[in-house]
Design a protein around this ligand. Sequence first.
Ligand code: PEP
Length: 249
Amino acid sequence: MRKRMVAGNWKMNKTPREAVDLVNLLKDKIDKEDVDVVLCVPAINLIAVAESIMHTNIKLGAENLHYENCGAYTGETSATMLKEIGVKYVIVGHSERRSYFKENDVIVNKKVLKAFEYGIIPIVCVGESLEEREDDITIEKIRIQVKKALKNLTDKQAESVVVAYEPIWAIGTGKHATNEQAQEICHEIRKCIGEMFGEKIAQKTRILYGGSVNGKNANELFAMPDIDGGLVGGASLKEEFANIVNADV
Ligand code: PEP
């Protein structure tokens, strides 16, 4: 039985003070114990959020990491740094990083392996563009991304990695995938993980859907058999995030 996960991706939003205010609001509203709640916040907010979520079930997540341990990488954050302040999860391969910062599948895989080396669980994002969907190559695209991102993982790591299916056309657009579209691709992702690591492991891996999830559509999406929760952008910046966590599925 896979435990549901709802992860917020704050992107480049909220100052440290605003971050604490939002966490305090969410703490009071979230009332589900059987959901893993993760807040992936800008690096500058990690310490403030770590303090605010102490003695709650909310877990700390980062939005990015570098694949080297340390060195001349101006502006970057290493897994060691994240680990020391209590980061449990890190988003890797978000489509915004793939497109604006030119992160390719090889870099994504290096980051995934580095996160695991420090005991941080990567939330690996995959997804097709509108053009790829219209050209009917969504499944091929997703399979390549999954295979490359999860290359060289141990069975144990494959069990604990989180994969987020985020169609690019649904991110920040208010236009979410239908329940059936999301289920179809999440099922394909599980099938692909099964081919790589075996069916038993694939049944344990959590697969999330992301792309315009909100308080109204979350329960239906999360009720689909291969969707184990959501990665939430815009709606994670407000009280609505608690409704998504609390969704009755
Ligand atoms: C995201 O950026 O991961 C995301 C899913 O954004 P939104 O929920 O705003 O579509």
